[in-house]
Design a protein around this ligand. Sequence first.
Ligand code: HPA
Length: 253
Amino acid sequence: MLGIIGGTGLTQLANLEITHRKVARTPYGEASGALTFGHICDQEVIFLARHGYGHTIPPHEVNYRANLWALKDHGVDRVVSVATVGGIHPELIPGSLVIPDQIIDYTYGRATSFFVASDKPVTHLDFTFPYCDAMREALLQAATSAGISLRNGGVYGAVQGPRLETAAEINRMERDGADMVGMTGMPEAYLARELELCYATVGAVVNHAAGRGLSAEGIQMEEIQPLLGEVMSQVRHLLEQLVTTGSAGLCEV
Ligand code: HPA
């Protein structure tokens, strides 16, 4: 089953016919909110708002382990995570979409593994390619079918937040090879790997990164809001198409 983790600007899915909600408790505590079960077309999906339904949980306080565990525990084997990002690469202008293929992790102090109890063996999983190819391909194909343009590939730089970056930090990230910056990509992607979930991210660019382009003089949060609505409606359309493709044409969108 497909699980969708919504980020800023995507706390619900208008096209989801909700069947029920369930508060999920896990060995790692509570998920960010109730799991929302429903159908898009004939396909069953579970939706979870990463920051809570009232957007009250900041990126560094999200219980990433509980979120992924809860999804897996309820039958999810594939996850699309939606995350807003700031664009560092010149092509990643506000309003564009991107499917990253690599990650650099700058976060700290987050719970980064399920293998922490003393009774569990130390485990080092391969993470050379952090995203699941099959899910990336499915998203790219859905975008083509829906006529949605998005960038294939790019390096997601995951920062701690909640503050935004300095211009010098963005310059350093660019030198490191980061194309976009966001606050939630890690440890989410690695925890998904530990749970053997096929996981990929849709990055929604909502601003130029600090010191770049329209953010040369600073990032104006008021300017992000209207764009967020527009870009998330594209994401909804993409998700509909993704699910429809999976339903072998049984459903019209
Ligand atoms: N920095 C970090 N996270 C973000 C940004 C940004 O500029 N935009 C959206 N999420």
